[in-house]
Write a protein that binds this ligand. Structure first.
Ligand code: HEC
Length: 128
């Protein structure tokens, strides 16, 4: 028993360590200036055409080649869309995907490219 006690004491720590690993990291702070920058929007558009247009369409209107999915890819030109979401939410959907839909996780893109995508998508929805 004397040997077991330290092991038991360490158990909650070990469990906490595990759950911290599997739970998704919190979203980083919204870089407002980046979201408003033409450079970020342009870079975001290039990434979008490369990786996202297949489903969301080259015009980001949800009419890509793979539009006949069980849940429809979002039409980002819909002016009501930005009112139903936030930059953080958009960031998280791109990073983590949406379970049970064709929207996969794009974690490999990294933080900067993901914010560039958010900047582009919001510029589509709110044309200047
Ligand atoms: C294989 C098809 C596919 C690809 C590729 C894809 N998406 Fe999606 N995406 C979807 C579908 C389907 C949904 C709708 C999921 C649902 O029903 O909630 C979605 C939803 C989203 C949403 C959430 C919209 C909202 O507010 O509900 C965002 C943001 C998004 N996609 C961005 C992207 C970006 C950025 C890329 C490229 C890095 C991308 N998607 C690539 C299919 C795709």
């Amino acid at each position: 028993m004397r040997r077991l006690l330290p092991a038991l004491a360490a158990l909650p720590l070990a469990l906490w360590g595990c759950s911290a690993d599997t739970s998704p990291a919190p979203p980083p702070e919204v870089p407002e200036a980046r979201l408003a920058s033409d450079g970020a929007r342009q870079r975001g558009r290039e990434i979008f055409l490369e990786h996202c247009a297949l489903c969301h369409g080259e015009e980001a209107n949800g009419l890509g080649a793979r539009r006949n999915l069980s849940s429809r890819p979002q039409d980002f030109t819909d002016p009501s869309w930005p009112q139903r979401t936030t930059p953080q939410e958009i960031y998280l959907v791109i990073r983590d995907g949406r379970r049970g839909t064709a929207m996969a996780s794009w974690k490999d893109l990294g933080e900067r490219q993901t914010w560039d995508l958010v900047a582009y998508l919001l510029s589509v929805a709110r044309p200047q």
